[in-house]
Design a protein around this ligand. Structure first.
Ligand SMILES: Nc1ncnc2c1ncn2[C@@H]1O[C@H](COP(=O)(O)OP(=O)(O)OP(=O)(O)O)[C@@H](O)[C@H]1O
Length: 260
């Protein structure tokens, strides 16, 4: 059976799209799903960096340039996710033919339950190509008017291309007064908000270590939000772990978890 192909797109750059794709992908794999992550961000290939996979000989760019086979560009990432990384060298970017992406996705679609595509920001040719290759769209945005306006443009283009908008993920939410509310964003984008990921300093820490947050710090607020979104996508019931009581922690420290 063909897997669900979902494009993660933003509009404005830097909303946290790549971080979101990496963590939701790994969380889906932790829930037992077969996941393939594709870095279609031809010019800013960051997905592999967040996953700690920078040392890779063959990338999507080699395949798009017709210089390598698809199977050679598929790597095993954290929690068993399969990753097709983008190239980091400018030479390879120049040679790549983004229009080949569509054929490739058809092939990749047979390999997993979820194919998550990290699309480039903006509405250049490569971004539009990425929007075309997924059947569904998730918008990753910040709760600010500039980001929402750009997201709306992306959503409209995706709809024209026949890609179904599933909803939006609000990332880096601080609940400051200047931020738009969930309801305002839903009214502007005309899609449901699928999850709210708070601003969380642990995100940057995990990224510096090259370990996805849902593995590095699974109880941090953003990790819990990513897992909740992944559970929703997978149709799984999942409740965040209860925070450990101080008494239990002391017992654990004293008796190694054996409570008498
Ligand atoms: N919830 C969060 N809390 C704190 N920092 C975050 C959060 N999400 C992302 N960031 C940080 O924001 C920065 C941008 O994230 P990321 O690279 O994922 O964005 P992007 O949208 O993929 O960027 P672009 O598409 O422009 O390449 C990174 O430094 C990342 O660590």
């Amino acid at each position: 059976m063909e897997g669900r192909s979902i494009v993660f797109a933003s509009g404005k750059g830097g909303t946290g799209k790549t971080t979101t794709v990496a963590n939701i992908g790994v969380a889906l794999a932790q829930f037992g799903k077969e996941v393939i992550l594709i870095d279609a961000d031809i010019t800013m290939a960051n997905l592999s960096l967040i996953l700690g996979m920078e040392d890779i000989p063959v990338t999507l760019h080699d395949v798009l340039a017709g210089e390598a086979e698809l199977k050679d560009a598929i790597y095993e990432g954290p929690a068993g996710v399969k990753v097709i990384p983008g190239g980091l060298s400018l030479e390879k970017v120049k040679k790549a033919r983004p229009e080949r992406l569509r054929e490739l996705i058809r092939e990749i679609g047979q390999m997993g339950d979820f194919i998550l595509i990290d699309a480039p920001a903006g509405l250049e040719l490569t971004s539009v190509t990425a929007l075309l290759i997924g059947k569904e769209l998730i918008i990753v945005t910040n709760p600010e008017i500039a980001a929402i306006t750009d997201s709306l443009k992306t959503k409209l283009v995706a709809e024209k291309l026949g890609t179904l908008p599933l909803g939006a993920i609000l990332n880096r939410v601080t609940s400051e007064k200047t931020e738009l509310s969930k309801e305002e964003i839903e009214a502007l984008l005309e899609v449901p908000v699928m999850g709210i990921v708070p601003e969380d300093p642990e995100v940057k820490r995990a990224s510096a270590y090259g370990v996805p947050l849902v593995i590095k710090n699974p109880t941090s607020p953003a990790a819990i939000a990513y897992k909740q979104i992944a559970a929703k996508l997978a149709g799984i019931r999942w409740k965040p772990p209860e925070p450990e009581s101080p008494v239990k922690r002391i017992f654990k420290a004293l008796f190694g978890g054996r409570r008498r």
